[in-house]
Design a protein around this ligand. Structure first.
Ligand code: MRU
Length: 345
């Protein structure tokens, strides 16, 4: 299986997702600042993957800590990592988990604290892979046999510690013997679909066809697409889903054409503190991602640009949300709380 991120004696090693698919290169982060930069610059991206990266960043930061005020250093490390990207809640979830562990270890010898945090971060990586396999098991039944699955962005092994969420569902369907092929939206402006999803599926010999984003409606109308499966960066209590920009358009087109629209995400992507998706902070990325493609200008110099990295799909377009604990359906306020364990079943 593809290694998205690993804890090694030299540091945190990540495959450089800005260089794929043309170059398979690895980046070694030796400091927590390196990890923060890697998250901000999209060397590593995808909600669960940046969660694991942030956890490893905290562990790396504490491993570098000097004899000074450790509480203050841990706060600085957590704060630096938390300020990298605002939308994917997994980032904050992972940092909180590491902060709480640190707090529970206060007063213990520094060497022990370092070891425990490093072990925890590595465990979070392993947990994420197991969670994705469970999401796949729950989702595989929903994928129609002999049809095409449309996906947007990359919610695969590269976006997680391994196996993927949306692509995990597809992988599990294939492993269960279903004949499935994939249509991948290219996902402008960062091209996660073209560069990452197609590359990743090719590694697994799962047939993948690349389409531009504006072709999705055409194919959803054609009867060829059996379902849409996407990942998520944050899911509000009412089931509104923040995911890569363009997801909302796909969801509306899916509903219009009677095609099921599934969201695959771990419980750590739920943010039940937010009543609706309107409250989810949406990252705005640099103009150059829109005006330039691989360093080449595709618009007149000085063109005003909007570049929201995510949009919010209202819950009425979401057929089901597939988690490691099972499948949630509307009304999501109840089904998500139940899965999250906040209501007795
Ligand atoms: O900006 P990115 O590439 O980090 O956005 C990624 C997505 O929107 C994914 O669909 C989402 O994080 C789910 S990944 C399993």
């Amino acid at each position: 299986m593809l290694e998205t991120i690993e804890w090694t004696p030299a540091g945190v090693v990540m495959i450089d997702q800005t260089r794929l698919p043309l170059h398979e290169e690895f980046v070694t982060c030796r400091t927590y600042e390196d990890v923060a930069a890697a998250i901000r610059n999209m060397v590593i991206r995808g909600a669960p993957a940046i969660g694991v990266a942030a956890a490893m960043g905290v562990a790396l930061g504490v491993a570098q800590a000097d004899g000074g005020d450790l509480d203050a250093q841990v706060e600085r490390i957590c704060d630096t990592l938390a300020r990298t990207r605002p939308t994917a809640v997994n980032l904050f979830w992972a940092i909180d988990r590491m902060r709480k562990l640190y707090q529970s270890l206060r007063g213990r010898p520094l060497a022990e604290i370092r070891d425990r945090l490093a072990v925890e971060a590595q465990q979070m990586r392993l947990d994420d892979i197991a969670i994705n396999r469970a999401i796949g098991r729950h989702g595989a039944d929903l994928v129609p046999d002999g049809k095409t699955v449309l996906t947007h962005c990359n919610a695969g092994a590269l976006a997680t510690a391994g196996y993927g969420t949306a692509l995990g569902v597809i992988r599990a369907a294939v492993e269960a013997g279903k004949k499935v092929d994939v249509f991948a939206d290219e996902t402008r402006p960062f091209l996660q679909g073209a560069r990452l999803t197609v590359w990743e599926l090719q590694q697994d010999h799962i047939p993948a066809t690349l389409i531009t984003d504006n072709m999705a409606g055409h194919f959803l109308k054609s009867g060829r697409i059996g379902c849409v499966v996407v990942g998520a960066d944050r899911i509000a209590a009412n089931g509104d889903v923040a995911n890569k920009i363009g997801t909302y358009s796909v969801a509306v087109l899916a509903k219009e054409n009677g095609v099921p629209f599934f969201v695959a995400a771990p419980i750590s992507t739920l943010d039940l503190t937010l009543a609706s998706g309107d409250l989810i902070p949406i990252e705005r990325r640099p103009d150059a991602e829109v005006t330039h493609v691989f360093g080449h200008a595709v618009a007149p110099e000085g063109t005003p640009v909007e570049n929201p990295a995510f949009d919010v799909t209202p819950n009425r377009y979401v057929t089901a949300i597939i988690t490691e604990r099972g499948v949630a359906r509307a009304p999501y306020v109840e089904s998500l709380r139940k899965l999250a364990g906040e209501l007795r079943p």
